[in-house]
Design a protein around this ligand. Structure first.
Ligand code: NAD
Length: 477
């Protein structure tokens, strides 16, 4: 069974905790056990973070940054190892895992810019003989609760920026994919960070609840499904914490009649079926405007049927397994529901369910409408809904009907259509001729509507603002 990191010590949780298996989703075999930590384990981690805070928050910035550079160098050294850990217990292809590790390391690169990012502002002679200076201070003990689908990247969205700003941190990794965070914490210690700056508590709801209500936790970063994001936001905010809670998605890809199918078709496949659809930036509904449907559907059907499904560590595989058997069955249930509600099954990936492991192949449903369950609920699997719109206006209307507003993207050769889309679509991450509109580490990850609860998003200067509080000093001599 894997252990928690409390201060300097890898420790088993208090007696009597239960555990869950961690699987290799490509084989269905158990590879480890993860403990379901409880209140006393969370208390121990918070106490370690509280003890470490005075020393760490007063450690010179350049020392904190030197350690962050060392962490970055070690992450590069362990790049392939981290990618294979992701594939082994998440299932995505090795290529996708490498992309994930790279995007995660980019947040560490960004954190290394702390001497610039943490600067305040000054204004002299505001009134006669009076100067005003703004300084940034850490907020205290912070906690991070990531989802299962990016076991390395999403923890790296959280703790590097927090600790470089002088905070101490408690990470509660996903109980389904905790091994990436586990390895990150080992590497973090190897980089030389002092004990208690980063602590790891494994578990699920009970551990989360203990963090949400803990009086010594000042700020909390959450990424996961929409209902849990809302719950986390409400619960943690009601005990006075800062919260950033990123939720689920139902992303639309609009394809205009002037779009080049040679660009749009591979982009839709990548967006819908990459990471087996288990991405908050996955394109879930392709909306063909006007005659775009005629040029898209056949090539999409042909190409989706040819995607190679299999274990993510095998060369040539393009679509790996889903995270668990019950999640795969839930996704298959959406396909059944789509057909029952009137959608046309164009590609059926359910044949792959016969294999060992938790597989479901790429699936396409045509003539989906927003009223159908598959037209508005997040599926989080390799199921593409194909919808039709008469005009761009109609397509934007379909996207904006969603309760969630994480990402939307358009394929077109018209600057005017692209601009119209950019102005009117209600999605915090908007793409123009790109399959996945993922902001780099120096911009905020910026979902809207039910995809986000809070004010300051993760990473970018929002991340710095989230993990610091400002003090203004007014001086007269
Ligand atoms: P999830 O909500 O089930 O779990 C997320 C985290 O919350 C986990 O650490 C889990 O232990 C904890 N948790 C789960 N249920 C809880 C409960 N009832 N009370 C308290 N804590 C609870 O999400 P998941 O299935 O791990 O991840 C997939 C979801 O995350 C999808 O909806 C996806 O869109 C979303 N996601 C969003 C973003 C984003 O940036 N907006 C990024 C990645 C994933």
């Amino acid at each position: 069974m894997i252990r928690n990191l409390i201060g300097a010590e890898w420790r088993s949780p208090a007696d009597g905790v239960s555990s869950l298996p961690i699987f290799n989703p490509a084989t269905g075999q158990e590879i480890e056990q993860v403990p379901l930590s409880r209140q006393p384990d969370v208390d121990a981690a918070v106490n370690a973070a509280v003890r470490a805070f005075p020393g760490w928050s007063r450690t010179a910035l350049m020392e904190r940054v030197r350690l962050m550079f060392r962490f970055k160098a070690l992450l590069e050294e362990h790049f392939e190892e981290l990618a294979s850990i992701i594939t082994r217990h998440h299932g995505k292809t090795l290529e996708e895992s490498r992309g994930e590790v790279r995007r995660g390391i980019e947040v560490v690169d960004f954190a290394c810019g702390a001497p610039t990012l943490l600067q305040g502002r000054t204004l002299r002679d505001v009134s006669g003989g009076v100067d005003q200076d703004l300084y940034r201070y850490p907020v205290g003990v912070c906690a991070g609760i990531p989802p299962f689908n990016f076991p390395v990247m999403i923890p790296l969205w959280m703790f590097p920026l927090s600790v470089v700003a002088g905070n101490t941190f408690i990470l509660k990794p996903s109980e389904r994919t905790p091994l990436g965070a586990q390895r990150l914490a080992e590497i973090f210690l190897e980089a030389g960070f002092p004990d208690g700056v980063l602590n790891v508590v494994h578990g699920a709801r009970e551990a989360v609840d203990a963090l949400l209500r803990h009086p010594s936790v000042a700020a909390l970063s959450f990424v996961g499904s929409a209902p849990v994001a809302k719950y986390v936001y409400q619960t943690a905010a009601s005990s006075g914490k800062r919260v950033q809670a990123l939720g689920g998605a139902k992303n639309h890809i609009v394809v205009m009649p002037d779009a080049d199918p040679e660009i749009a078709v591979p982009a839709i496949l990548n967006s819908a079926f990459g990471n087996a659809g288990e991405r908050c930036l996955a394109g879930s509904v392709a909306v063909a405007v006007g005659r775009a449907a005629d040029t898209l559907l056949d090539p999409l059907r042909d190409a989706a049927s040819k995607l190679v499904v299999g274990p993510g560590d095998q060369p040539g595989v393009q679509v790996g397994p889903l995270i668990r058997a019950d999640h795969r069955d839930k996704v298959a249930g959406y396909v059944d529901k789509g057909v029952a509600e009137g959608a046309e099954l164009v590609v059926d990936g359910r044949g792959e369910m016969k294999r060992a492991g938790f597989f479901l192949g790429p699936t396409i449903l045509d003539r989906v409408t927003a009223e159908m369950t598959v037209g508005h609920e997040e599926i989080f699997g390799p199921v593409l809904s194909f919808a039709r719109a008469a005009t761009l206006d109609d397509a934007i209307g379909q996207a904006n009907q969603m309760a969630l507003g994480n990402m939307a993207t358009i394929f077109t050769q018209s600057g005017r259509a692209a601009r119209e889309f950019r102005e009117r679509v209600e999605a915090g991450m908007t793409g123009i001729n790109v399959p996945i509109a993922q902001p780099f580490a120096f911009f905020p990850f910026s979902g809207w509507k039910g995809s986000f609860y809070g004010d300051l998003h993760v990473h970018g200067t929002d991340g710095i603002d989230f993990y610091t509080r400002k003090k203004v000093v007014v001086t007269r001599w």
